[in-house]
Each structure stands twice: as C-alpha cells, then as structure tokens.
Ligand binder design. Sequence first.
Ligand code: PLP
Length: 351
Amino acid sequence: MEYPKLDINLSTIKNNVQTVVSLCENYGIYITGVTKVFSASKPIVQAFLDGGIRRIGDSRIENLKRAKEFDVEKWLIRVPPISQVKDVLLYSDVSLNSELSTIIKLNEEATKINKIHKVILMVDLGDLREGYLINNLFFDVVKKVQSLSNIQLYGVGTNLTCFSFIKSSNENLTVLDNLAKKLPLKNLVVSGGNSATIKLMLDGQIPPNINNMRLGESLLFGKERSTYTFLKGTRKDAFILSAEVVELKIKPSVPWGEVGPDSYGNIHKKLVDKGNITRAILAIGKQDCDIETMKPIDPNIEIVGASSDYLIVHIKSNDNNYKVGAIIQFELGYYSLMRVMQSEYVSKFYY
Ligand SMILES: *Cc1c(COP(=O)(O)O)cnc(C)c1O
C-alpha cells in the first residue's frame, strides 16, 4: 500500500446523503449535490445519486465534464467565464449567473448548437460575493433574459456565509422569497443557500418559496455549518487520511537560533517551552492537505505545524508505540479534503 492514502467510505457518504436529503424534503427543499470538494470523483458522484441526489452542481466546468456520463441535471454554480461558454453549454444544463453580457453570450452560442440553457440569476443579500443588487436594473435584466430565444429563466438564488460570512436569516431570505413572488414565472427554482442554511431550515425559519439548497459539506460530513453541529444520523468519518512517519525523535519543543520571517513574511511568536517532546515527522505537507481542517484520530497526537512536504506532530504519550514507518491517521474537514482529493501524491482507496 502506498502512503499517503485517503480511505473513502462510500456507504457512509450514501447514508449521509440519504439522511440530509430526506431531512430537507420534509421542509420542501430539494438538494443540488455539490461535487467541487471532491473534484466530482465518479465513485462519490455515484454515492450521491444512490443517496437520492437528482441534480449535481460544481464550480468548475472541468469537474462537470468528468461527470458527464451521469444522467442528472448539472449545474455550474460559479458564474461562467465568457471564455468558457461553449463548454458551459456542453457540460452543464443550468448555470448561476450575475452578468447580462455573459448570459447574452451563452444565448448566442446556444442558438448555434440549438440548445436551451437554463439560467439562475444570483442576488447578493449582503455577503458581497456574486449576485445582483435588487433594484430596477435587476428587473430590466429579468425582462431581457426572458426575451432571449435559447435561455430559460430557471430561477433565482443567493449565496451567503462564504465570503463576508454573513449568516442566512429569515430576514435576508425573505428578500429572496419576495423577489421570487414578483417574478412572472411558475415553477421557479428558488435556491436559498448552502450548508450554512440548514440550521435556519431546522428552526422553521426558511420562507415558504425557497425550494432548493446547494449542499456540499453537509452531505459529506453531516455538518451544519452555521453552528458547526453534526446532524443526527450522519457520520463525519467518511474520509480518513493516513500518512507515514519518516522521523521520530525526542527534541526540544522550542526552536533555537535567531528567528526570521516565514514563507508568508510573518515572524513567528515565541512558543511555550514544554521541555523535550516526542516529535514525529510525516511524509505529507501543505501541498497535499490543510492542517487547520484536519484532526488526528489518536487523541494523544497533536499537530505542531507543516511545511510544503512535511507535517510535524507532537506525540504526547506513545501508547501505540509509534516508530519510523508507522501510519498516523486523520479525520478531514472541508479544505483538507479538497486539497487531498487534488493531490496526485495521495492515493485514493474507495470501499
Ligand atoms: C461551494 C458552494 C456551495 C456549497 O457549499 P457547502 O458549504 O459545501 O454546502 C453552494 N453554492 C455555491 C455557489 C458554492 O460555491
């Protein structure tokens, strides 16, 4: 077996998806399963479908292309770059949009290949990432989009808690709800957010016209992101990373010599002196994972830090008798999983 290695438990993922999908359906909310965290790796996409997902979304058109054999509705959930509109039309059925010039370009190209492309107009409710501000200009855009021959206005949506970390609330989602009511269209998709909106849903605070959420993190880890709680009936250990110890020594807990700036230009604070400690160096680094979103499974191990190619841990008590060549395991969170999935140096094992 080659290390580092990522073990991916597909039945846990399927179970998490089933649990979250049926939970949301109780509230009249249908899920778009977001695949970007795992680069739309096919076995995991299949687990999403097995768990009841009928539409998938990804921010990268390259990932949707990878998933093209799956017969589900595909959403591009990042505003499309004009330079990629041809591929957007080929590999997605729906895209989230916030620029009329791009939608016009999509229409032009869609006309050439005789395809209808569905568009969800994004509105900005305070997070200051993508989306229109709601004013008269927005309604002009709606009219214009409706006049385009090969574009179907499919819905409206918003994204919160992603850039300025503005929480979704009954107040801001009511703005989206009211907007949906004003649009002269039936069966609109009203897409109210991501894994950080689940808490609001469980509290019964989601306005009635909101009928879609785009979920990634909560399907994979069962994690509700606004309060960082785990949903009943889900498991957070579908992804386990294993890395190998290449050095294990008792060394001081604080460095010696004069400290210079790190790779970001920052000078490190003085560390607390814990005397000599057992330090293990693992053959994995920042190229492959993100130490802030991963956690050793053994409670006696603590992450000290990492450089590009090494991860350093403090073994607080060596009950498991770790030595050179031993394997240390980690549970992963969002960014670490994203990086691990993309690292060609980490072997992936699906079971
Ligand atoms: C990533 C993303 C999501 C999914 O977010 P999670 O927190 O993983 O549920 C939803 N919508 C958009 C636009 C995204 O970029």
